[in-house]
Design a protein around this ligand. Structure first.
Ligand code: SF4
Length: 334
């Protein structure tokens, strides 16, 4: 058989797998309940749209679907690892269905941690990209409260506590537990989270308010908020055709979109890693300033060097002032 035929066959096999991912994603279109994984979303327009106009949700692209698949693919082997390690973990996928607020979800597993509670508590498996993992781990290592996630700049992280707290409240357990797993290095950590009754109650009240809106067919008027960035409905319902006022240049040709959208997406994907790089560089350089040290397999040297600065008084500088133009750059997902 010629190589070219083989290549075609290989491509068609991969296409078949792509097709399966896309088909699976499309199956979930009709939403009949309020998902615990989304109840942390604070926009009531979003919730009404999810229930009443799920057909308008922007379809997930293949890249996103593949990333979601990594989490699913790792969950069962990881739970098995915890069991093999002797932890009292029971796979669950127990449906959560609470008549009040029509809240639904699937708890990944339960874990028994005898030191804190005699019963089994909800266990949520969270697969994270390296940069996300580091961000969450840093919050955990700094001893910060899980509430910090509720205002995190990455709005998808705000949904994690809401999901776990819903399970804790609805299964009546005083604790819940995350198992964070970093998909590149295989590092992991557990984070045990107490039930915050007051916060969990606000989630139920939100779910009830959504039910009232859904029963009346009400979709609240969209109001811009932080969660609009990356929201499924920003470009299909809330801000369709908005040109964002004068001064906006619309790049709309297929060629322009094909060139720039993948580059912008990659830039946004890499940005957290570059922010983390800057933070680490600063931390390490500060800790070892002026020192020569062997740290494990690494030799760190920080040697002094001299530079000359000129402290010129303002009045001397003033006659030489020349105005120049700079640009402040930002990207917002709409
Ligand atoms: S785009 Fe913004 S206003 Fe519209 S549903 Fe999403 S979060 Fe709410």
């Amino acid at each position: 058989m010629e190589a070219v035929d083989l290549r075609q066959i290989e491509n068609s096999l991969a296409l078949q797998v792509d097709g399966r991912l896309l088909e699976k994603a499309n199956r979930g279109n009709v939403v009949k309940s309020n998902r615990a994984s989304e109840i942390g979303h604070t926009c009531m327009t979003f919730h009404s749209l999810r229930r009443l106009r799920s057909d308008l949700a922007r379809p997930k692209d293949l890249g996103t679907l593949r990333r979601f698949h990594i989490g699913e693919a790792l969950e069962r082997p990881n739970l098995r690892l915890l069991q093999d390690a002797g932890l009292e973990v029971t796979e669950s996928q127990e449906p959560l269905d609470w008549t009040t607020g029509n809240l639904s979800g699937h708890m990944d597993a339960r874990i028994r941690v005898q030191q804190i509670y005699s019963g089994a508590i909800p266990l949520e498996h969270k697969t994270a990209a390296p940069s996300t993992y580091r961000m969450v781990k840093r919050i955990y290592d700094n001893g910060a409260d899980w509430h910090e996630l509720l205002t995190h700049k990455f709005t998808y992280l705000r949904g994690y506590p809401a999901q776990l707290q819903s399970y804790e409240l609805l299964y009546n357990t005083p604790w819940g537990c995350w198992f964070f797993f970093e998909k590149a290095s295989g590092e992991y950590f557990f984070w045990i989270v107490p039930l915050d009754f007051e916060y969990a109650e606000t989630l139920l009240r939100r779910a009830e308010a959504i039910e009232t809106n859904v029963a009346k067919g009400v979709i609240p008027t969209p109001v811009r908020c932080e969660e609009c960035a990356g929201c499924d409905y920003a470009s299909t319902y809330c801000f369709v055709g908005k040109d964002f006022g004068p001064g906006f240049e619309m790049l709309l040709t297929a060629e322009e979109i094909a060139i720039w959208v993948p580059r912008i997406e990659r830039y946004l994907e890499l940005k957290p890693a570059s922010d983390e790089y800057e933070d680490l560089a600063e931390e390490i350089k500060t800790a070892f300033r002026g020192r020569t040290a062997l740290v494990g397999n690494f030799l760190l040297q920080s040697k002094p060097y001299k530079t000359t600065t000129y402290k010129v008084p303002k009045e001397v500088k003033a006659p030489y002032a020349v105005e120049s133009e700079g640009f402040r750059f930002s990207i917002e997902r709409i």
